[in-house]
Design a protein around this ligand. Structure first.
Ligand SMILES: Cc1cc2nc3c(=O)[nH]c(=O)nc-3n(C[C@H](O)[C@H](O)[C@H](O)COP(=O)(O)O)c2cc1C
Length: 225
């Protein structure tokens, strides 16, 4: 519901330039950084899990289509390790179509209270069906059925179609184990560059960028904020 009572273009929009945030007291120094960005990520991610009330694992993933037009959307990180960052989706969705044609992606985590962001560039690859199955089996039944129901990113005429399909699938698989849909699974984003950004006072933020080297080690550089 909108409180706007007419369509006067003069009234459209908001000026939020007065919004200010207070400093957190956090700082990021080269001596405190791990040589391994995954270890560093784990440290920040643990802190986010302890302090962010909802979806600390939410991240934005940007892809490009076949005309190099970018799109971004939120997904949930399900696990990460030395090999990369894993999320799950519909393999026929727009993002999957983009990734399959061009695996270069950008990820972004933003944890507002800590004034932190982590920016990752890398290549997304499908994980094996076996690995997807392991995760799928751990999901609640409703989510498993949900994966069957939606042809993600396609145009649909009404919400009721979704609800009807959900009931149909529920019926179809009643008292049975829900099978893994062939069109659903995980992607692992193998990082090539990871930047840790810590907001500081007076815009003098700390930024450290890790770049993967040919020998597998990571070079670390401080960037201007
Ligand atoms: C907090 C949040 C978490 C989400 N998590 C996922 C997810 O893990 N996987 C997914 O496919 N979509 C997820 N979505 C929906 C996506 O943002 C997006 O709408 C959907 O994947 C279709 O994107 P596409 O058409 O660009 O492929 C999430 C949305 C929000 C707001």
């Amino acid at each position: 519901m909108s409180s706007r009572d007419n369509n006067d273009p003069e009234q459209l929009g908001m000026n939020v330039s007065g919004l200010r945030r207070s400093a957190t007291g956090f700082a990021l120094d080269r001596e405190d950084l791990s040589d391994n960005p995954i270890v560093q990520f784990e440290d920040w991610f643990r802190y986010a899990c302890e302090t962010v009330p909802m979806d600390p694992n939410a991240l934005s993933i940007a892809t490009v289509d076949d005309q190099n037009r970018p799109s971004s959307r939120t997904v949930l990180l399900k696990y990460f390790d030395d090999r990369g960052f894993v999320f799950f989706t519909n393999y026929e969705s727009d993002k999957a179509v983009h990734i399959d044609a061009n695996p270069n992606v950008a990820l972004l985590f933003f944890w507002s209270d800590a004034a932190r962001q982590v920016k990752i560039r890398g290549r997304a690859e499908r994980i094996s069906a076996k690995e997807t199955l392991k995760y799928f089996m751990s999901r609640p039944r409703g989510s498993q059925i949900g994966a069957w129901v939606s042809a993600q990113s396609s145009v649909i005429s009404s919400r009721s179609l979704l609800e009807i399909k959900f009931q149909e699938m529920k019926q179809k698989f009643s008292k049975k184990e829900i099978p893994l849909p062939s069109f659903w699974g995980g992607y692992r984003v193998v990082p090539e560059e990871i930047e840790f950004w810590q907001g500081r006072r007076n815009r003098l933020h700390d930024r450290f960028q890790y770049t993967k080297q040919d020998d597998g080690s990571w070079a670390i550089a401080r960037l201007a904020p």
